[in-house]
Design a protein around this ligand. Sequence first.
Ligand SMILES: [Zn+2]
Length: 360
Amino acid sequence: MSDFYDILGISKSASATEIKRAYRKIAMKYHPDRNPDNKEAEKKFKKAAEAYSVLSDDAKRRQYDQFGHSAFNGMGGQSGFNSMNMDDIFNQFGDIFGGNNPFESFFGGQARTSSKPRSGTDLKVKITVSYKDIVNGGEKKIKVKRLKRAEGLTFKTCPMCGGSGQVTKVTNSFLGQMRSTSICPQCKGYGKVVDKVPPGANRDGMNSVEEIIKIKIPTGVEDGNYMSLDRQGNEDINGQAGDLYVFFEEENHEYFSRYGNDVLLQVVIGYSQTVFGDKIDIPTINGTAKLKIPAGIQPGQILRVKGKGFPLIGKSRRGDQLVKIQIEVPSKMSKNEKSLTEDLLKVQKGKQIKFQRFED
Ligand SMILES: [Zn+2]
């Protein structure tokens, strides 16, 4: 795999504007509408889109700079970006062209009109993963509702375009006759329309089918990561399926939260423990760990438990668990605690007060 910076022809220190400019230039050059049926151009176009998707996102760019391509591999072995179809790329990166997309007229505002449809629509599903799932990986089953071509469906040639899938419009302007070709609105480019629909199917000849799909959870996966499953989306009238995009969503935890690959936890201890230090058991996202609290710790101080965080995608290394220490001022005390604290007060009274600048 070539370097994302090389693909866009920019230096490692390129600014966001430079990245955008470089991508736009390449996207214009290798745009499929300018290079019809040119596989090489399409490949370059997709590669540039992939590079841009990473380098234009600050967090992903940092990850890429640090770990290279491996930061984006290991998504369960399923194909990633390359299986996206052109429309997805346009949807995702449409903003790059701002308000004046030079291809707008070709796209007719939404779908590309210059090529025939090659598959049904893509599906997107969400899968919720717990922190435990993220650490341990494993498999999860999800229910997906897909459109599948009904058995016994028959077709006839599209009466509007006569089977070509395209309609040509001729308009007269002061420059002379203008011909524009666009996708046939009746058959949507297929050249044929549904003739007889089998009972039970909808009027497009499709059945809605619920399927259970097994998803391999990549360890270290993060909120917003996704994987694509080829040909698991909706089918079109030819039985060609689009892709299924599975988006991962992290389940909130009662007391853990995530910061990159580190796990955050707050631990509230008593005053005497801060004075003398202590050794306590703390929960981690996968089991428990021992935490040594040094004597004299201050509230708000953070202790690090190495290797108890989230795994890094595609690596055996794990992040850390960061533990913030807070002190509890008890609102209820036992008789014994109260009398001991009163003794302490007698000793400290008038000696513990300091004046400091008000800081936020
Ligand atoms: Zn047609």
